[in-house]
Design a protein around this ligand. Structure first.
Ligand SMILES: [Zn+2]
Length: 277
């Protein structure tokens, strides 16, 4: 999975720090990120890459570290015309080398989107600015405080003996098979959410719901909570056609592999194929 870069390497604790030459500068515009193009590949820019262009960046915010390397978000930035800087779509991070920079790049984009969407206070319309003591946005007029947007969603591998339920979305760019998933509603437990989503999307009942793993999924400001469950009773699928175009039961042999396994959903499909769940 995309966040699996090695135990204890990623440190998201809030701190106020100043960048060193080898630290990484993250700059985003809407759904694009600034990278340096080198040969056929891309890499994240370090502060040392700004040599001669230091004035381009007025202020930066420390975001997190991987090992001793700090990752900083440019508050304001004028992209230099020289030095190979380019803007690329965030989907590039789905298969980025090294994967830790893909994870850092997409995680930084979640903080960027949240800050951009909290520039003004929802209570009084005043200007908001980053908090001093924690990762927050604070209104300069009324003090209203906002914390990062992380939306929980469940994803579930439903087993029916030696078959797994997989489906295809009716809309969006993603055309491969996937597991049933959906956002948590207010007042709902994860287990209740699994039961509701499965009933809504494919008209099935499930039992033996057990936790698998969780995963930060910054592409959609989500944390995915993965579960495995067993079919309870009738296996007749009643499709919610607004959400899904197709769903069915697949044997281990029928499951097609789509590496790399960057998402918890794909990891669960692979684990079922390999007889591990
Ligand atoms: Zn306010």
């Amino acid at each position: 999975m995309i966040q699996e870069i090695g135990e204890g390497r990623f440190n998201p604790a809030y701190m106020r720090k100043n960048p060193q030459e080898d630290d990484i500068l993250l700059h985003y515009e809407y759904n694009k990120v600034m990278l340096i193009k080198e040969g056929d590949g891309y890499r994240l820019p370090a502060f040392r890459d700004l040599k001669g262009e230091e004035d381009a960046v007025e202020s930066v915010s420390y975001l997190f570290s991987i090992d001793s390397k700090g990752y900083y978000l440019a508050d304001t930035f004028q992209m230099p015309e020289f030095g190979g800087f380019v803007m690329e779509g965030l989907q590039i991070f789905r298969s980025f080398e090294p994967m830790e920079d893909g994870f850092a790049g997409i995680t930084g984009s979640q903080i960027y989107r949240w800050r951009e969407s909290r520039r003004f206070c929802g209570c009084c319309g005043g200007k908001m600015a980053p908090g001093e003591k924690e990762r927050s946005m604070v209104c300069s007029a009324c003090g209203h405080t906002e914390y990062p947007k992380i939306s929980p969603a469940v994803i579930v591998a439903i087993r029916n003996g030696d078959r797994l339920l997989m489906s295809r979305y009716a809309r969006g760019a993603y055309r491969h098979y996937a597991l049933i998933a959906g956002y948590l509603e207010i007042g709902e437990t994860f287990e209740d959410c699994v039961k509701r989503e499965v009933m809504e999307e494919v008209g099935l009942k499930v039992k033996n719901i057990r936790y698998y793993k969780s995963q930060p999924w910054a592409f959609s400001d989500t944390v995915m909570i993965g579960f495995v469950a067993d079919l309870d009773g009738d296996d007749t699928i009643r499709l919610q056609e607004e959400e899904l175009s197709e769903a069915g039961w697949f044997t281990r042999e029928e499951i097609i592999e789509y590496p790399p396994y960057i998402s918890v959903g794909h990891e669960m499909m692979k684990a079922f194929k390999d007889g591990k769940i």
